[in-house]
Design a protein around this ligand. Structure first.
Ligand SMILES: [Zn+2]
Length: 555
């Protein structure tokens, strides 16, 4: 594997280091012409110890990924084609291509221009995109990421979403080097099973023509059900996993161990732009940070001391390209340039092989992606949609009342047909903490009427479907979203309920169930008349409490 190749190489390093020390002054002098501040110690001898053009064993490749290069050349171009935070945005547009087949298509185009091109991804491939991921519980996203054949990728916080087994399967990529230098599976907690060990690695070296490039990757902190980043070593529910969030410390260790072995040191980071800048400020020796996480779109790289930081936005909307002209004699970067390329249907070239793979993986999900399964009589405001979700919860979960926060609604619906994907686009899921239900999911809770009145007052900004005047002594089952359900003191001033809240389901799921039942009765989602025929709006009825639901307007 990659690590063993690297350690083989380290055995021959002392001689190279000696040579480097002698040459430092010369390298400092040429730094005026070459703006790499991190002269490399890699020599032709050291480079020969590396696997030519490959990422190590297990890639199933019979030819090198990059040509070995011209020994007499004085410079070599290296191009990075970089994306991050794709967030499952791979559904092909109707009658068109998949956005990710275009990412690969652009990479192939650059590679035709420069064979020394590296395809990188800084993580967050899962969540907030295709409903096919939700229905397949992660599998579709994993398969599609592998079909992309990235050269190097790192893991993002959203990639932990589906729990440890999915994460481990995701990390075992036959084509790509997967990096997570600050995250370990401890042998203790993996039960000593080799099969449970992750496919990611701390550090890897690629021989790209005449240039030796070291890569490491960093994973951000986890997030909780209040959609807040938190301090903590563990991803809850993943006891085998331990992450080190002293990013600067981890980077310094890698630099101390490996900087002198390579011409270029690249961090593929899921830390976000601020952390990337801090890391570049507080370390010395990283040439390039290919970043992600903050969905930052930039038109030129951020340069901090000698480090270039590059981000390329999110949702497969843009592609970052970073070109380096590497001086093979002085061993430094002579010139570099960044461009941000929009990924557009009809403009960006499509990689046909990836397109066919994506189609194959999505074959059994065509119905949820493209078929109208319900209908809206009128355009819906966000408030009206939160209300529909609350009503859907009451009618499908067998509860007496439900609360849905308006901040849960991501966009508005237009009148007409809706697919299940359309429902999901509005009520997306972010499993926070990782491996648990989404932070907007619903929890079931039995409470007294007196407590229901308290909850109604505390959540007066939420959409509410349920009794208008709860009877204080009656017992009600309610559906609450995860944050108020699990942080009752913060929201209601004290603990409520006759028992602990229990996870019910995700919001999109209650809407799909509710809409499907109504479609079966030829009713549109938003009206109480036959679907699509514009029947009069039925007056909202109000219950008197004790189980019969009434409607309280929020907007
Ligand atoms: Zn992220």
């Amino acid at each position: 594997m990659v690590n063993s190749i690297v350690s083989e190489k380290m055995k021959i390093l002392p001689a190279c280091r000696m040579k480097l020390r002698g040459g430092v002054n010369v390298l400092v002098a040429v730094a005026i012409f070459c703006f790499s501040l991190f002269p490399s110690g890699a020599t032709p001898l050291a480079r020969m110890a590396l696997v030519q053009g490959g990422a190590g064993d297990g890639l199933g490749q019979d030819r090198p990924r990059w040509p070995s290069g011209d020994g007499s050349a004085t410079t070599q171009k290296i191009s990075f084609v970089h994306v991050s935070d794709v967030h499952a945005h791979y559904n092909p547009v109707r009658g068109g291509s998949s956005p990710v087949a275009r990412l690969r298509g652009y990479f192939e185009q650059v590679r035709r221009e420069n064979p020394y091109t590296i395809f990188t991804n800084a993580g967050d491939d899962y969540e907030k995109g295709s409903i096919a991921e939700e229905v397949s519980r992660g599998m579709v996203t994993r398969e599609i990421v592998k079909a992309m054949k990235y050269d190097v990728r790192t893991i993002g916080n959203h990639d932990f979403a589906w729990g440890i087994d999915e994460l481990l399967a995701f990390s075992r990529d036959p084509f790509s080097i997967v990096l997570a230098s600050n995250t370990k599976m401890t042998v203790d907690n993996s039960g000593g099973q080799p099969a449970r060990l992750p496919g990611w690695t701390d550090y890897a070296v690629l021989q790209v023509g005449q240039v030796t490039i070291g890569f490491f990757g960093l994973v951000s902190k986890p997030w909780n059900e209040k959609d807040e980043q938190y301090e903590g070593e563990f991803y809850p529910g993943m006891p085998g996993l331990r992450s080190d969030f002293d990013f600067v410390g981890v980077a310094r260790d890698i630099i101390a161990k490996h900087r002198r072995e390579v011409d270029l040191l690249v961090l593929v980071s899921h830390l976000g732009i601020e952390e990337d800048a801090r890391l570049a400020r507080e370390t010395q020796g990283i040439d390039l940070i290919l970043g992600g996480h903050t969905h930052t779109v930039m038109s030129e790289p951020l340069r901090v001391k000698g480090t270039a930081i590059v981000h390329a936005g999110a949702w497969a909307e843009n592609i970052g390209r970073f070109d380096i002209e590497y001086d093979l004699q002085q061993r430094c970067i002579r010139h570099s340039a960044f461009s941000l390329i929009p990924n557009r249907e009809g403009e960006t070239p499509v990689d046909e092989a990836t397109e066919r793979e994506v189609e194959k993986i999505l074959q059994s999900y065509q119905g949820v992606l493209y078929d109208d399964f319900t209908h809206l009589y009128a355009d819906q405001s966000k408030g009206a949609m939160a209300m529909l979700a609350a009503r859907a919860a009451v009618e499908t979960l067998g509860v007496d009342a439900a609360f849905v926060g308006l901040n849960t609604v991501r966009k508005e619906w237009r009148r007409g047909g809706l697919t299940k994907q359309d429902v999901f686009d509005v009520f997306t899921v972010e499993r926070e903490p990782a491996g648990t239900p989404g932070f907007t999911s619903l929890y079931r809770l039995k409470i007294t009427g007196e407590e229901l009145a308290r909850v109604k007052a505390a959540l007066s900004e939420s959409a509410y479907w349920g009794p208008v005047a709860p009877r204080p002594e009656a017992i009600y089952t309610i559906a609450l979203q995860k944050a108020p359900a699990l942080h009752q003191r913060e929201y209601f001033g004290r603990r409520i309920g006759l028992s602990a809240p229990e996870p019910a389901t995700e919001l999109w799921d209650v809407l799909v169930r509710f809409a499907s039942e109504r479609s079966a009765d030829r009713l549109s989602l938003d009206e109480d008349g036959p679907a699509g025929q514009g029947y009069r709006r039925e007056a909202a009825y109000q219950g008197d409490g004790g189980g019969s639901p009434g409607r309280v307007a929020v907007d």
